[in-house]
Structure formats: C-alpha cells, structure tokens
Write a protein that binds this ligand. Structure first.
Ligand code: ZN
Length: 156
C-alpha cells in the first residue's frame, strides 16, 4: 500500500491557484525541472503544443507576477511561490490519477480526464477526493466491489 498523503493544510482550502493556463504552465515547468533539472521554453512549448513565442510571452508575464524567473539562456526557474503552487498542482494531479486508476480505467483515459478536470476543482472538492482515494486504497474489498459493479469493462 502507498503511504497516505499528508492532510491538506487549512489555509489551502480556498479556491483556485491561478488561471487554468497559468496552472498548465506551472505544471509543465514543475515536471520538467523534476525530470531534467531545468525547464527550457522549447520543451514547455513542445509539451503544451503551442508556439515558443506564446510561451515566451506567458513566461514573461509569470516573471512579472513573481512565479518564475526567466533567463534567456538558462531557461525558466521557479520562485518559491511558483514552486509552492507547482507542488500543489502536482499533488492534485496525483490524487485524481490515483483515484481513477484505482478503478482500473485505462491510463490514457485517466490522463486525459485528469488534465481536463484538475484545473476546475476547488480545494474543498480536492479534499473530498483525497479522503475517498485514501479510504479506497486502504479498503481493497470495497474497491473490488465497486469495480465489479462498473458497467464498462475496466482496462485491467
Ligand atoms: Zn495535470
């Protein structure tokens, strides 16, 4: 069994972290830094499937907003605030993914749906889903029962 996630802190239980677009960028930058140690505009553009010019524009705005520091040759670095928000986005992504994957949905569906949902749920709803995920992961019998009741065949 996976370790339980730490309970969300009280002050996190407000609403969204930023616009969906800003959240997408922070998620990509956070992931790239986690994978490669740095985030370049060219990689962010490729992952988000948009032009490098649009990425540069947005990154400059996020720099002004204090979320990232943009250096033309070093790439994009997260500020402390940017890292905090990036980590929260990653946690939300993981909760939703684990909840859906627990039901055996195919990974591509899970990924698509998580990307579609994650920027539109409040922290209060995230807390509900986190509790559900933890209880289901700790109760394989109940999960098996629910999986049996699913009308669409699960992937595994
Ligand atoms: Zn995501």
């Amino acid at each position: 069994m996976r370790p339980r996630m730490p309970p969300p802190k009280r002050q996190e239980l407000t609403t969204h972290l930023g616009s969906p677009a800003v959240e997408d960028y922070l998620e990509q930058i956070h992931n790239l830094i986690g994978q490669k140690g740095y985030a370049r505009v060219v990689d962010i553009a490729a992952n988000l499937k948009i032009s490098q010019a649009s990425v540069t524009n947005m990154i400059q705005r996020m720099d002004t907003d204090g979320l990232v520091v943009y250096e033309r040759y070093r790439g994009v670095v997260l500020t402390e605030e940017g890292r905090r928000v990036g980590e929260e986005i990653a946690r939300r992504h993981e909760v939703l993914t684990r909840l859906l994957a627990g039901f055996g949905l195919d990974p591509q569906t899970v990924h698509q749906d998580v990307e579609g949902m994650e920027h539109h749920i409040s922290r209060a709803t995230l807390e509900v889903l986190t509790l559900l995920m933890e209880e289901l992961e700790g109760n394989p019998k109940l999960l098996a029962k629910l999986r049996q009741r699913m009308s669409m065949p699960a992937a595994s």
